[in-house]
Design a protein around this ligand. Structure first.
Ligand SMILES: *Cc1c(COP(=O)(O)O)cnc(C)c1O
Length: 409
C-alpha cells in the first residue's frame, strides 16, 4: 500500500506549496518528490493501478480512479506548478490534448484571438476542430500589442500566444497583451514551450494559464509526448480539472514518471542549450558571406533584444537563419550537417535541424508563409547540449559545403 501525502483528502497533491523560498534548481529536484514513506524509496514508484482502495465509502487517500488522479501525474503536476510559479498544474496526453481541453472551457459562440504564427497543430485545432463547437479564432500579428485591441470582439473569451514564435522567433510583450485581454474580460493563455519555465514565467507577466508541450524541453530527451497547463486561479483550475477528467486526455503514469525525471535536469540543460545556441548564432552571424541573416533573441541584432532581456531570464536553444541561396542550398546544408539530425520537433539534448517551409510549416499556404517570413532558405536549429565547439564547427563546415556548391554563388 502506498500512502500519498496530500494536504487534505479534497485537495489533490498537485497543489504547489505556497510561494517557495527555494530557487528553481532546488524545486526542480525536490518539488513533488517526497521519498515513499513506507519503503523509503527515494524515487516514488511507478503507480500503474487503475483504482484505489477506499477504507469506507468515499474515504480514500486522495486517489480513486487513475483517470481522475494518479500519483505519478500528481507529483509531476506539483513540480510544474512550483517551477511555473503557479498554484496548480494539470498534465495531459500531449501539448495538443492540452490545447483541446483548454478550448473546451469556452462556451459555444466564443471567440479566440491567437497570435498569427502560432504552432501549426494549434492553428489546425483552432481552424478545423474548434468551429465544430461553434468556437472561432482570428489570427493577429501581436508583435504590436495595439493590434489586439482592434481584434477583440464582445465574445472574445481567450487570447492565445507563443513567445518566441515558431520558427521566426518573434517576441510578444506578454504584460502588454495581458493588460488588454483583461480589460476586455478575456483570459490570456501563453504557450511557453520554447523557453521552458527556466527562462520565462508567463504567469508572473500577467498570463492566466501557461501551457507546455513537455514533449520538448521539459522532458528534454525526445522520448515522451506529454502536455501540461499551469495556473494560479482556483476557478480556472476547477474547470480544467473537471475537463481533464471528463475528456480524459490524460498521460500515462510512465510518461509522467519519465517527464518528471527529465524535468529534474531542466536548469542544467537549458543553460547549456543557451550557451550553445548563442555560440552557433554568433558563428552564423560572423559568416555573413554565407548567411543572409540570423534570428536569435540573445543577439543584439534581434529587433526585440530589449524585450527579450526584460521579459525572459535567458534566450533559449532555438536559432533560425536564412542561408544565402535557395531551397536547394538549404537542403544541401541540412544534408551536410553531421551532428544536427534532420528531423521535426525540438528541445531534446540532441541537436536537430529542419526546413520549416517544407517540414513543420508545409501545411501553411505559400501566401501565409510569405507574410510570416518563412522563406525557402529559412533553416531552424534546435541546438542541443553537445560540445559547443563541435556544434559550431559542424554548422560552419555544412555552410561552406552548401553555399560553395551553389551554382549561382
Ligand atoms: C510541439 C508543440 C506543441 C504540441 O505539442 P505535442 O506534445 O506535440 O502535442 C504545441 N506548442 C508548441 C510551441 C510546440 O512546439
Amino acid at each position: 500500500m502506498t500512502v500519498i501525502s496530500t494536504t487534505s483528502p479534497v485537495a489533490p497533491s498537485n497543489v504547489a506549496p505556497a510561494p517557495s523560498k527555494y530557487a528553481f534548481a532546488t524545486l526542480a529536484i525536490h518539488a513533488g518528490q517526497e521519498p515513499d514513506p513506507h519503503t523509503g524509496a527515494v524515487i516514488p514508484a511507478l503507480s500503474l493501478s487503475t483504482t484505489y482502495k477506499q477504507s469506507a465509502v468515499g474515504v480514500h487517500q486522495g486517489f480513486e480512479y487513475s483517470r481522475s488522479g494518479n500519483p505519478n501525474r500528481a507529483d509531476f503536476e506539483t513540480a510544474i506548478a512550483a517551477l511555473e510559479k503557479a498554484n496548480y498544474a494539470l498534465a495531459f496526453a500531449s501539448g495538443s490534448a492540452t490545447t483541446a481541453t483548454l478550448v473546451n472551457m469556452l462556451p459555444g459562440g466564443s471567440h479566440i484571438v491567437s497570435v498569427n504564427d502560432v504552432y501549426g497543430g494549434t492553428y489546425r485545432y483552432f481552424t478545423k476542430v474548434a468551429p465544430n463547437s461553434n468556437v472561432k479564432a482570428t489570427f493577429v500579428d501581436l508583435f504590436d500589442p495595439t493590434n489586439l485591441r482592434n481584434a477583440m470582439q464582445d465574445n472574445t473569451r481567450m487570447v492565445w500566444l507563443e513567445t518566441p514564435t515558431n520558427p521566426t522567433l518573434r517576441l510578444v510583450d506578454v504584460r502588454a497583451i495581458a493588460d488588454i485581454a483583461h480589460e476586455f474580460g478575456a483570459i490570456l493563455v501563453v504557450d511557453n514551450t520554447f523557453l521552458s519555465p527556466y527562462f520565462q514565467n508567463p504567469l508572473e507577466l500577467g498570463a492566466d494559464i501557461v501551457v507546455h508541450s513537455c514533449t520538448k524541453y521539459i522532458n528534454g530527451h525526445s522520448d515522451v509526448v506529454l502536455g501540461v497547463a499551469a495556473m494560479r486561479d482556483a476557478q480556472i483550475y476547477d474547470k480544467l480539472k473537471f475537463l481533464q477528467n471528463s475528456i480524459g486526455a490524460i498521460p500515462a503514469p510512465f510518461d509522467c514518471f519519465m517527464a518528471h525525471r527529465g524535468l529534474k535536469t531542466l536548469h542544467l540543460r537549458m543553460r547549456q542549450h543557451e550557451t550553445n545556441a548563442l555560440a552557433v548564432a554568433e558563428a552564423l552571424e560572423a559568416a555573413s558571406g554565407l548567411v543572409e541573416n540570423v534570428i536569435y533573441p540573445g543577439l543584439p541584432s534581434h529587433p526585440q533584444y530589449e524585450l527579450a532581456q526584460r521579459q525572459q531570464s535567458g534566450f533559449g536553444g532555438m536559432v533560425t537563419f536564412r542561408i544565402r541561396g535557395d531551397l536547394a542550398t538549404a537542403d544541401r546544408f541540412l544534408q551536410n550537417v553531421k551532428l544536427f539530425t534532420l528531423a521535426e520537433s525540438l528541445g531534446g539534448v540532441e541537436s536537430l535541424c529542419e526546413l520549416p517551409a517544407i517540414m513543420t510549416h508545409g501545411a501553411v499556404s505559400a501566401e501565409d508563409r510569405a507574410v510570416l517570413g518563412i522563406t525557402d532558405n529559412l533553416i531552424r536549429l534546435s541546438v542541443g547540449v553537445e560540445d559547443t565547439q563541435d556544434l559550431v564547427q559542424d554548422v560552419l563546415q555544412a555552410l561552406q559545403a552548401a553555399v560553395e556548391a551553389n551554382p549561382s554563388a
